[in-house]
Design a protein around this ligand. Structure first.
Ligand SMILES: [Zn+2]
Length: 372
């Protein structure tokens, strides 16, 4: 595979072997590659290495792995609507971010990188810290000071160096970028390899659905690392003739931080408060890849939806009453289905992405349930 990194802003290309994490113009980089999706090549055990033919790794067989992947696609009912829940909170560190970390950290290994810097609201940090522990790479993680203590503890226990930054996610990103210096800024919000890892979720959903595309996929969106991964995978499948149409991608945000909806309405997104939002995992005021997210939504005839905290708590409880304990950020995607009540046809196949484990937010949830 001869891939290049390409800047979507100015078109400059860099050899894939260059240890470069941003363009000289300041933009993030994308991978200039076109994978062919051939389901007959997806063989072997049910883990991420199964998709080696569509992953940008030089030597996938030597990738470090927990044997992750193939989370269940589980039938659930929300607001009287039958949906299939993709249970990615069951991945090793408790969130879908393991998919991105698997690819990005293995790419770092291939490039000989020994130390990385990352900023995160929590789940990405946990995933990256765990894969760095597995790969023997030093990780420095920048997190907002007010975030869920469970995630903070998890990151530190994996052996990462944790920097707690006063302020919000934007303050964190700035601090990490400054600290990166000559090191490698493995930002899940910008790194193209992270997205090629998260795209494995749509390969699994499609394989688990016998390659019949769903009609809707509801996804919580902060920096967009899952929806953009899904979009990458869907384009590969359509280009390869494996699917004839796209599922509608519904990007879900909290009404306290909904830059996608605001963008559509021509509004600015106000500064976030220093204290974390209920759906802290998607509290990104200015997603670096916002234009690409909006493009994915537009190209799939999808939608952007903002949900209230009240609806998030209701969705979280509705999920738990079916035995599925998810964190509030995941419950946001469920809550969006409520807004589709009456708009979905009986025959529509709906997938909702359950991205993060409830155990990570138990302390917060205790307060919510007690006051509900
Ligand atoms: Zn550039």
């Amino acid at each position: 595979m001869n891939a290049n990194l390409i800047c979507p802003a100015c078109g400059t290309q860099y050899p894939e072997d260059d240890v470069v994490w941003r363009c000289r113009c300041g933009s993030f980089l994308d991978l200039n590659d076109t994978f062919t999706c051939d389901p007959s090549r997806f063989r072997g055990p049910e883990n991420l290495k199964r998709y080696a033919s569509v992953l940008p790794l030089r030597n996938p067989s030597s990738a470090v792995t927990f044997g992750e992947g193939f989370t269940p696609l589980h039938p659930m009912v929300f607001y009287g609507i039958q949906v299939m829940a993709k249970m990615d909170f069951l991945l090793t560190t408790g969130s879908f971010k393991d998919r991105g970390a698997f690819l990005m950290i293995n790419k770092c290994r291939e490039l000989g990188i020994r130390s990385i810097v990352e900023d995160s609201s929590g789940n990405s940090a946990c995933a990256i810290a765990a894969y760095c522990a597995l790969a023997g790479i030093r990780a420095q993680i920048f997190m907002p000071a007010g975030n869920s203590s469970a995630k903070t503890v998890q990151v530190r226990t994996y052996g990462a160096t944790l920097h707690k930054i006063p302020g919000n996610r934007s303050d964190c990103a700035r601090a990490a970028e400054e600290a990166a210096g000559e090191s490698y800024y493995a930002a899940h919000t910008r790194n193209p390899y992270f997205l090629h890892g998260t795209k494995t979720v749509i390969y699994e959903i499609m394989e688990q659905s016998r390659w019949e595309a769903p009609d809707y996929i509801f996804v919580p969106v902060g920096s967009g690392s899952q929806i953009l991964g899904i979009w990458l995978g869907l384009q590969e499948m359509k280009r390869s003739g494996v699917i004839g149409r796209y599922p509608r991608l519904v990007a879900v945000q909290s009404e306290h931080c909904c830059p996608l909806k605001n963008n559509r309405e021509g509004k600015q997104t106000p500064e976030l408060p220093a204290s974390p939002l209920l759906a802290e995992g998607i509290a990104i005021r200015i997603p670096p890849r916002m234009d690409q997210i909006l493009e994915a939504v537009a190209q799939t005839d999808g939608d952007v939806v903002a949900v209230s905290d009240l609806d998030i708590v209701e969705a979280l409880q509705a999920s738990a009453l079916q035995g599925v304990y998810i964190e509030p950020t995941s419950a946001a995607a469920v809550a969006a289905i409520k807004q589709y009540n009456g708009r979905l046809k009986q025959s529509d196949r709906v997938v909702v992405s359950l991205t993060g484990h409830g155990l990570k937010a138990s302390a917060r949830m205790e307060t919510l349930i007690n006051t509900a």
